[in-house]
Design a protein around this ligand. Structure first.
Ligand code: HEM
Ligand code: HEM
Length: 177
């Protein structure tokens, strides 16, 4: 009999990404609350770089995982399945592109990128003009990701609360076999 739940490895990767995303976006949004003389501002940005970088690496691992494991098949229309697949693909693409654009954006200063004193990453050899373009691209894609995540969460809640089907349960590991 086919499994009604997503495999445990996919579920762990999914919910770990959600936690890291809360950290990543929470850090970049809250750094604005501190003025430039406060070291907390730089530390929150370093937390943003670190959690964002880990999201990128975890996403690459998820792509490999998803190439070898299959998810549950939900009884829904082909159009809904297509929309869900397109949404998931968009999320994957953005989670890979965002850390790359962010890396180019912070390389413009020509200084090593400090990750909370745990790790230092050398900057890429890019001009400040190129870095500025990538900073804007990063901000635009970051906002697109937030919008797509909001749609994704709304869809999950729509399934759980209105359609009352097993879609959300399958990612929580609670769908009946
Ligand atoms: C999946 C991972 C990431 C996500 C979802 C993400 C998301 C965001 C968001 C939403 C913003 C705020 C955009 C705005 O102000 O409108 C932002 C800003 C920024 N991010 Fe990221 N980011 C990620 C990874 C990274 C990485 C790895 C780096 C660098 C190594 C980075 C560097 C920056 C920089 C420099 C800013 C501009 C902050 C400012 O000056 O206000 N990001 N990011
Ligand atoms: C940072 C936020 C999130 C991201 C980036 C994200 C990403 C993804 C991706 C890529 C998938 C496809 C399955 C996979 O390859 O792992 C997925 C599936 C799913 N996500 Fe999320 N997710 C996020 C947050 C959430 C939240 C908060 C919920 C619940 C309220 C949720 C519920 C689900 C469900 C139910 C599925 C399974 C859909 C299906 O079986 O077709 N996700 N998510």
């Amino acid at each position: 009999m086919k499994n009604a739940n997503w495999p445990p490895l996919v579920r762990v990767q999914h919910w770990l990404t959600v936690l890291l995303m809360i950290l990543c976006i929470g850090a970049v949004w809250s750094h604005e609350a501190f003025d430039k003389s406060n070291p907390m501002r730089a530390q929150l940005m370093q937390l943003h770089f670190l959690s964002g970088g880990v999201i990128g690496l975890l996403t690459l691992l998820r792509v490999v995982t998803r190439a070898v494991v299959t998810g549950p098949v939900h009884s829904t229309t082909p159009l809904v399945t297509l929309l869900a697949k397109a949404g998931h693909l968009g999320l994957y693409l953005l989670m890979i592109l965002l850390p790359l654009c962010g890396y180019v954006a912070v390389s413009g200063k020509g200084l090593p990128i400090n990750l909370l004193g745990w790790l230092e990453i050398p900057p890429l050899p890019v001009s400040s003009g190129v870095a500025k373009v990538f900073k804007e691209l990063h901000e635009g894609l970051g906002n697109a990701l937030i919008a797509l995540v909001a749609l994704h969460v709304a869809a999950a809640l729509f399934h759980a609360l209105l359609l009352k089907d097993k879609v959300l349960q399958s990612m929580l590991g609670r769908a009946a076999e």
